[in-house]
Design a protein around this ligand. Structure first.
Ligand code: COA
Ligand code: ZN
Length: 315
C-alpha cells in the first residue's frame, strides 16, 4: 500500500448531498441546528446547501434561509453547490465562502441531472467562474460520474482530465472527482488521481466517493496513497444523487475519520463530537439509520470481560 500525507482535510457534505435525497423534508431550523453542530467538529469545509431549482431539488428549496441562519465559524469554509448562473445570483445575495459548481463527465447524466447538454453546462460553469472571480469568490468544480456513469458505463480518464484542465485554466480553484454512484474501484482511483496529479497540484484535488458498492473506504485509501489530501464525506453515510439510478450514501464521515485516525493521520475532526451528532441523525431524517461505529464503538473502545471469567479462573 502506498503511504500518503500525514494531514488530510474533510469536507462535510451531509447538509447538501445527504439531505437532498431524504424523502422527509427536514425543517429549516433543524438544518441550521445540524450545520451549527457540524461547525464545532473541526471540518475544513461544510457544504451547506445547493442553490438549485426548487423543482429539481425540493428538499433544499430553503437554501437562502439556511445560509443566512447558520452561525459561521471563521475557520470553516461554508460552500454551496451551484448548477447555473441563477444559482450563483441567489448565493451571492446571501454570501457564501466558496462555490462548488457542478457538471457531469457523461452526456446522459448531465442531461438528466442538469437538463442541459455538457456543452451548455460547461459554458455556464465558465461564466460562473468569471463572475465569481469578479467577486473574489473561490470556485471549485465538481465533476460528476468521473469514475463511471449509471447510463453510459465507463468514462475515459482522458476525457475527465481534459475537463479538469480546462476549468483550472479558466480560474477554478479546485476540482472534485466525483464517484456519483459508487462505480469507482481502487486501481481506477489510483490511475485517475495519478493522471490528474501529473498536471494539477494535489492540494487542489478532492475525492467525492459514494459507498454504493462498499468500496468507498478502499477508494479513499487508494487516492490518499497517490497524494490526495481532500475528501468529501457525509455524516452517517447519508446522500445520493436523485438523478442517478441506484445512487446511495456517501462515504460515511465517521468511518473515514476513524480509519485515518487508526493510521495516525490527522483529519482535524473531533470524532466523539461527530458521533454524538450521528446518534441524532435518525431523528433529523425521520428514518432508522445504522452506523457500524455507533454499534461496535471505535476500535479501542473495549468492553468489560464476561462476569463469569473471574469466577472460572479464581481457583
Ligand atoms: N435556483 C432557483 N430557481 C432556478 C434555478 C436556480 N439555480 N435555475 C432555474 N431556476 C428556475 C427558473 O427561474 C425557472 O422558474 P420558472 O419556471 O418559475 O420561470 C425554472 O427553474 C426553470 O428554469 P430552467 O432554466 O429552464 O431550468 P431547468 O428546469 O432546465 O433546470 C437546473 C435546470 C440546472 C436549474 C436544474 O436541473 C437543477 O437545479 N438541477 C440540479 C440537480 C442537482 O442538484 N442534483 C444533485 C446534485 S449533483
Ligand atoms: Zn454525491
Amino acid at each position: 500500500m502506498k503511504i500518503g500525507a500525514d494531514n488530510i482535510e474533510i469536507n462535510e457534505v451531509a447538509p447538501r448531498d445527504g439531505l437532498q435525497i431524504e424523502p422527509q423534508l427536514v425543517p429549516t431550523a433543524d438544518k441550521i441546528a445540524f450545520i451549527d453542530q457540524l461547525s464545532t467538529c473541526g471540518f475544513r469545509r461544510i457544504e451547506v446547501t445547493s442553490f438549485t431549482s426548487p423543482r429539481a431539488i425540493p428538499a433544499l428549496a430553503d437554501a437562502q434561509e439556511v445560509m443566512q441562519g447558520i452561525r459561521r465559524d471563521p475557520d470553516v469554509i461554508y460552500t454551496a453547490l451551484i448548477p447555473n448562473l441563477k444559482g450563483l445570483e441567489r448565493a451571492l445575495a446571501v454570501g457564501i465562502d466558496e462555490c462548488n459548481i457542478v457538471m457531469s463527465c457523461s452526456e446522459t447524466h448531465n442531461r438528466a441531472n442538469l437538463r442541459m447538454t455538457r456543452a451548455q453546462s460547461k459554458q455556464q460553469l465558465l461564466d460562473i467562474i468569471e463572475q465569481a472571480q469578479a467577486h473574489n469568490l473561490p470556485c471549485n468544480v465538481s465533476l460528476s460520474t468521473a469514475f463511471g456513469c449509471p447510463f453510459e458505463g465507463d468514462i475515459a480518464p482522458e476525457q475527465v482530465l481534459a475537463l479538469s484542465q480546462e476549468f483550472m485554466a479558466a480560474g477554478a480553484t479546485g476540482i472534485t472527482l466525483c464517484d456519483t454512484t459508487g462505480m469507482a474501484y481502487p486501481t481506477q482511483v489510483t490511475q485517475l488521481c495519478a493522471q490528474h496529479i501529473a498536471h494539477i497540484p494535489a492540494s487542489a484535488l478532492t475525492l467525492h466517493l459514494h459507498n454504493t458498492r462498499g468500496m468507498a473506504l478502499a477508494n479513499a485509501l487508494a487516492g490518499w496513497g497517490e497524494g490526495i489530501t481532500r475528501f468529501d464525506a457525509a455524516a452517517g453515510g447519508l446522500g445520493g444523487c436523485p438523478y442517478a439510478p441506484g445512487a446511495s450514501g456517501n462515504v460515511s464521515t465517521e468511518e473515514l475519520v476513524h480509519m485515518f485516525e487508526c493510521m495516525w493521520i490527522n483529519t482535524g475532526v473531533n470524532l466523539n463530537r461527530l458521533l454524538d451528532i450521528v446518534k441524532d441523525l435518525p431523528a433529523l431524517v425521520q428514518r432508522p439509520l445504522s452506523s457500524p461505529l455507533l454499534t461496535a464503538g471505535t476500535r479501542l473502545q473495549t468492553h468489560p470481560a464476561p462476569a463469569w471469567l473471574a469466577e472460572h479462573f479464581a481457583a
